[in-house]
Design a protein around this ligand. Structure first.
Ligand code: ADP
Length: 401
């Protein structure tokens, strides 16, 4: 059974084709600059040479056509007929309160996602365009929606409500939703396997640290709290996003900078803040910041310190919120690769009885227990694999329906 996983952004289409008999990846790639005259595809068939070529992709449907052409290409392709694809799994960012798990995509599901569009105006519209494009190109192929918010639907009210008037939750659904759910779900389940404990008896704090970063408290296999909120702007200090902030600052900035709320939120809080802003606009890439900090750049050091401190603060909060803790998991580009950031965080957690094995912590991009045998709580590095989760969910749901 071959399953195509599709992740549509505003100007990109990422894809992976899985052979689910052994969960191997047959090909993966990305169409970039969708909507412009300069669209191109980067296509990587497993075991064959990579290909990059200019394509016509003025919309998501044309981009997906280019994906199919690459998958069928006599030299770089991996299938002979589009009919070999049994199902498509779509990554969708925001499902509001509608779905607490993956579902077969029906007209009602698409309508429900359109209803949530206001909650994720940057993400949901391209996700829906991707679904519609696939439906038009392969009308008889079953499709499944896998939602970033779904895994966090187990949060209790005390964790997902803001201290706002309750009517705003009732009327406008203003609440914490959380994101990166597919990643938190994958790494927490792998952590339980690595710890050789049943998932529903394991308590972990998962730190997904990438361009966007979030932490989740996962008690007995269920997300009970997470740092991102109604939108992916809340919580940790990120690459360019501000994270937690006194809302009063927005008003002060509007006044001082003579900007609208929209300009402050999009221009400053989303794009110029985080470690990028803190480092005096040096970089949002941790490789650059770590190199600059090692050479004595004070702004880079400060940015890394603030980033780490916020993580430590949330780990403390979530350890108390759960009342038990088996492991802390690092994932995402930074969590998987930056031994410096893992060390920076874990050195502040020794009072929890955490002891890092410095040699093990040097690992990059591999699963590893980073702690010494005496450590009271394990610290694990686990590369995330959201596409595999989407492919597995798609396979299971298609088999059921
Ligand atoms: P996204 O959130 O876009 O999926 P990733 O999870 O791929 O992002 O993370 C990207 C970030 O990971 C980069 O911005 C970079 O800061 C960080 N990163 C990647 N490799 C390393 C490395 N070897 N050392 C430190 N940071 C790294």
């Amino acid at each position: 059974m071959k399953i195509l996983v599709v992740n549509c952004g505003s100007s990109s289409v990422k894809y992976q084709l899985f052979d689910m008999t052994d969960e191997s990846v047959l090909a993966k790639g990305i169409v970039e600059r969708v909507g412009s005259d300069e669209a191109f595809i980067k296509h990587q068939p497993t075991g064959k040479a990579k290909m990059q070529t200019k394509v016509e992709a003025r919309n998501h449907e044309e981009a997906l056509k280019a994906v199919f052409d690459s998958l069928l290409d006599p030299d770089h392709g991996v299938i002979k007929d589009i009919g070999e694809i049994s199902a498509v799994g779509h990554r969708v960012v925001h499902a509001g309160e509608k779905f607490s798990g993956s579902v077969p995509i029906t007209r009602e599901v698409v309508d429900a996602l359109i209803e949530c569009q206001d909650l994720a105006p940057l993400h949901n519209p391209p996700n829906i365009m991707g679904i519609r494009a696939c439906q038009s190109l392969m009308p008889d192929v079953p499709m499944v929606g896998v939602f970033d918010t779904a895994f966090h639907q187990t949060m209790p009210k005390e964790a997902y409500l803001y201290g706002l008037p309750y009517e705003l939750y009732e009327r406008h659904k203003i609440r914490r939703y959380g994101f990166h759910g597919t990643s938190h779900r994958y790494v927490s389940a792998r952590a339980a396997e690595m710890l050789k404990k049943p998932y529903d008896q394991t308590s972990v704090i998962t730190c997904h640290l990438g361009n966007g970063s979030s932490i989740a408290a996962i008690k007995h296999g269920k997300s009970i709290d997470t740092t991102m909120g109604l939108t992916p702007l809340e919580g940790l200090v990120m690459g360019t996003r501000v994270g937690d902030l006194d809302p009063g600052i927005v008003l002060v900035l509007c006044e001082k900078l003579g900007l609208s709320v929209q300009e402050v939120v999009n221009g400053y809080l989303n794009k110029k803040s985080g470690v990028f802003g803190l480092s005096n606009y040096l970089s949002n890439d941790f490789r650059d910041l770590e190199e600059a900090a090692a050479k004595g750049n004070e702004f880079a050091k400060l940015a890394l310190d603030v980033f780490a401190y916020r993580i430590v603060k949330y780990i403390g909060a979530y350890a108390v919120a759960m009342g038990e803790l088996d492991a802390i998991v690092f994932t995402g580009g930074i969590g998987e690769n930056s031994f410096e950031m893992r060390k920076r965080v874990c050195d502040r957690l020794t009072f929890l009885g955490i002891k890092i094995d410095d040699a093990a912590n040097m690992i990059k991009g591999k699963e590893m227990d980073l702690t010494t045998p005496e450590s009271r709580i394990r610290v694990l590095a686990i590369p995330t694999n959201e596409e595999l989760v989407i492919a597995r969910d798609t396979k299971e749901i298609v088999a059921r329906s």
